[in-house]
Write a protein that binds this ligand. Structure first.
Ligand SMILES: [Zn+2]
Length: 123
């Protein structure tokens, strides 16, 4: 499953960030998944339920923001939102458009906790 490998890459990224910050727990993860990213949010959520087990993000809910598709017209220069099955200029209807936004797959936010104060003093 495509989403499972994406999820595993995400967990690697999450664990690395948590480690860098010295955090023992991840409280929440927010992802931006564009409608044209080729990733199905429902499948990604399902894959995450498995991928998060035994990681620092075991108790962290995953929030997925799908966002909009934004195109820029190569003819009239207008930009605006478009539909997945109708990638045309919102102003003049030209189909020669550049995709500005909509195919991203990004880690937007990560909340961590349990950061150890590094005092150098033992128990
Ligand atoms: Zn146009």
């Amino acid at each position: 499953m495509h989403e499972m490998s994406i999820c595993q890459a995400l967990m690697d990224q999450v664990e690395r960030i948590a480690k860098e910050q010295g955090a023992s727990r991840v409280d929440s993860i927010v992802l931006s998944v564009g409608p044209l990213s080729g990733v199905e949010p429902v499948l990604l959520s399902r894959a995450y339920e498995v991928a998060r087990l035994q990681t620092v993000a075991e108790n962290a809910p995953l929030e997925i923001e799908t966002g909009a598709i934004v195109v820029e017209c190569r003819s009239c220069g207008a930009s605006g939102e478009a539909q997945v099955n109708r990638l045309v200029c919102p102003s003049c209807g030209n189909w020669q458009v550049n995709l500005v936004k909509g195919d991203e797959l990004l880690l937007l936010r990560l909340e961590v906790s349990g950061i150890e104060a590094n005092t150098g003093v033992g128990e």
